[in-house]
Design a protein around this ligand. Structure first.
Ligand SMILES: Nc1ncnc2c1ncn2[C@@H]1O[C@H](COP(=O)(O)OP(=O)(O)OP(=O)(O)O)[C@@H](O)[C@H]1O
Length: 275
């Protein structure tokens, strides 16, 4: 495993006006650091995660990549509290290193929208209960504008394209201003051009809002375009921990990124030592 001294290569911009004025207090949390220590997960005799040690600083964007079945989604589910580890520890820390319980949200490959609710009401679902309905509607409209769906707030999900539906799912995750956002192959079902525009959108909202992001993807190009750091999982272990030391936003076709993509592919396919 290659360990890295993390540096922030992106400047988190000052909080945008829409976020200050329209984000409700409910759920809102500062970006949190994530620490995994000796994390293990078994399903019966199947040892899926085998002693994962990983520290993700607050605000970092990490991509997790690896062969099908290597444990990526299991790791993400444990991070989100959707599954329990068999052994080891998961801790969140605030900027002072104190234990934290950040607001965490996840976006899946399928948008999972409720078909009987409008686009705006689907986003309001992301706020949970206990928030004034006018404040919730205002927050939903603002975040929908941020994901360029300001024209579609009253539309039904069935009348949107696949990319638009996934932008609603992203807006539903962002409306409560999470400190940690998990992305489980969120662009996997989209065509190549929509993927690129969604990558730009994810990169922009991350730079603007500054949450900690963990992205599971099969796409090495997506990983090096979005992440500060890419973790390659192999049979439940970290096979490579690769920093991507370039400022955001990143250009497609950059030869330095192409070289990193090659290294990642070799690590995923287990051909690092071959010539
Ligand atoms: N709830 C479960 N019960 C039993 N086995 C499970 C469960 N969830 C995952 N597994 C097993 O854990 C292993 C890792 O699955 P996981 O979904 O984490 O892999 P992945 O790397 O995300 O795969 P993919 O890239 O195909 O989505 C697989 O062998 C899978 O069958």
């Amino acid at each position: 495993m290659t360990s890295i001294a993390h540096e922030r290569f992106h400047a988190v911009a000052e909080e945008p006006a829409y976020a200050r004025e329209n984000a409700p207090a409910v759920g809102r949390s500062a970006p949190a650091a994530i620490s995994l220590t000796g994390l293990e997960k078994s399903f019966g005799a199947n040892r899926v995660l085998r002693g994962i040690n990983l520290h993700i600083p607050a605000g970092q964007f990490v991509a997790v990549i690896g062969k099908s079945g290597c444990g990526k989604s299991t790791l993400l589910r444990i991070l989100m509290g959707l599954d329990e580890p068999s052994a080891g520890e998961l801790d969140f820390e605030d900027a002072d290193g104190a234990q934290a319980s950040p607001n965490t949200r996840i976006v899946f490959q399928e948008p999972r929208l409720l078909p009987w609710l409008s686009v705006a009401d689907n986003v309001v679902v992301g706020l949970g209960d206990g928030i004034d309905s006018r404040a919730a509607a205002k927050a939903a409209d603002a975040v929908l504008a941020e994901v360029q769906l300001g024209e579609k707030t009253r539309e039904w999900p069935a009348r949107l394209s696949g990319g638009q539906r996934q932008r609603v799912a992203l807006a539903r995750a962002l409306v409560s201003r999470p400190g940690v956002l998990a992305l489980d192959e969120p662009l996997g079902a989209l065509d190549a051009l929509t993927r690129i525009s969604m990558q730009e959108l994810i990169n922009r909202v991350w730079r603007e809002l500054g949450f900690t992001a963990v992205l599971v993807t099969h796409d090495v190009s997506e990983a090096v375009h979005l992440a500060d750091r890419v973790i390659v999982l192999d049979e439940g272990r970290i096979a490579l921990d690769l920093p991507i030391p370039y400022p955001h936003p990143r250009r497609h076709g950059n030869p330095d990124l192409a070289e990193l993509e090659g290294r990642l592919l070799a690590a995923i396919l287990g051909t690092d030592g071959d010539h």
